[in-house]
Design a protein around this ligand. Structure first.
Ligand code: ADP
Ligand code: MG
Length: 344
């Protein structure tokens, strides 16, 4: 209907503010899982168990053996803009942590039912908090191991408009499996376990060996057809694995790029990879890569996307050119020579 500008101006209450903000961070079950795994990694966990039911719509449970949250801080962690990771905007360009906005927990909280059980190594008893739609329902001391378990159930139970946009269990599960695969390969030191509808789907070894991880996640066919890469471009170290010509995909789904441990999309990088392989794999096929980029946090902006899915480099054009020619050099050295000609 018509907007009545004579309406009074309301200052929104915190529940409403959080629910609106949640729309940016929490779009679907996979976004919850991504934020919670990032928190577990930031907490120094070496073991992370992810359990889902019904595509994550009914239940998401993440258990880690990280540092835990002290009972005096537990409620604070759920407040909007509450973070232990930065104190000022300058810190953002120095930090290596995956989180920094202090928005994930408060957002998730406002659109689901959340239970947290957490304990630090210094405490005798842990803390258990239960929330529903952002409101604290109960708080108790409990016996538990060190680390944190967060259970998110009935996602969007109080936001029917959002719930309507969720896809089938199968489709939500595919996205979840994909992000767990990415974290497993990006963090080979961490043992990931993935349980779907009570069935164990996958478990990584966590022995620090990237190729072991790639084999566990994507199979031998891929892990045996990779070329190791370790190079420096300006102040960046780029290392990991790229495919030879025996394996490729119909899409870019197996091009994993991590910047300071963050799995991201970046068009400059993605275009240079495609260009480098253009004449060596068939038209419309895509190469496979698992690449880590270590860069001074001040040279990359991670704060351009609400879910932190995209990053921007200071000099994207330089990166595109230099990375492309470095990849071409590596492929040539591995005796991979252009065999396809594309006329465009
Ligand atoms: P951010 O990650 O941006 O700091 P979050 O809302 O995701 O914001 O988390 C808020 C705070 O809660 C974190 O800064 C951290 O101190 C604490 N926290 C969240 N999850 C965990 C966890 N799994 N283990 C230990 N501390 C956690
Ligand atoms: Mg976080």
């Amino acid at each position: 209907g018509m907007i009545n500008l004579k309406n009074k101006i309301n200052v929104l209450d915190d529940f409403t503010i959080n629910k609106i903000a949640a729309g940016e961070v929490v779009e679907r079950p996979v976004s919850v899982i991504k934020e919670l795994i990032e928190n577990s990694i930031d907490a120094g966990a070496t073991r992370i168990i992810v359990e889902i039911q019904e595509g994550g719509k009914k239940l998401i449970r993440i258990t880690d053996n990280g540092c835990g949250i002290d009972s005096s801080e537990a409620e604070k962690a759920f407040l909007r803009h509450a973070t232990s990771k930065i104190k000022s905007i300058e810190d953002l360009y120095k930090t290596f942590s995956l989180g920094f906005r202090g928005e994930a927990l408060s957002s998730i909280l406002s659109v689901s039912k959340v239970q947290i059980v957490t304990k630090t190594a210094c405490e005798k008893a842990g803390t258990k908090l239960s929330y529903e739609a952002g409101k604290l329902i109960s708080r108790e001391a409990v016996g538990t191991v060190n680390g944190t378990t967060i259970i998110v159930s009935d996602l969007f139970f109080n936001v029917p408009a959002r719930k309507k946009f969720l896809k089938s269990d199968r489709s939500e599960t595919i996205q979840i499996s994909d992000i767990i695969n990415k974290f497993s390969v990006g963090y080979p030191d961490i043992k990931f376990e993935y349980i779907n509808n009570k069935k164990e789907m996958f478990s990584s070894i966590g022995d620090g060996d990237v190729t072991n991880c790639i084999r566990a996640v994507h199979g031998k066919d891929i892990s045996q057809n990779l070329i190791q890469v370790d190079m420096e471009i300006r102040d960046m170290r780029i290392w990991g694995y790229i495919s030879n010509t025996s394996v490729y995909r119909n899409n870019k789904s197996l091009q994993y790029v991590y910047i300071n441990g963050r799995t991201v999309r970046n068009y400059a990088l993605s275009n240079s990879i495609n260009e480098a392989y253009k004449s060596i794999i068939p038209l419309n096929k895509h190469s496979i890569c698992f690449l880590n980029i270590n860069i001074d946090p001040k040279d990359v902006d991670v704060n351009i996307h609400p879910a932190k899915l995209e990053v921007k480099f200071k000099d994207e054009h330089m990166l595109y050119k230099e990375f492309k020619s470095a990849l071409e050099g590596i492929l040539l050295k591995s005796n991979i020579i252009p065999k396809y000609r594309h006329y465009s």
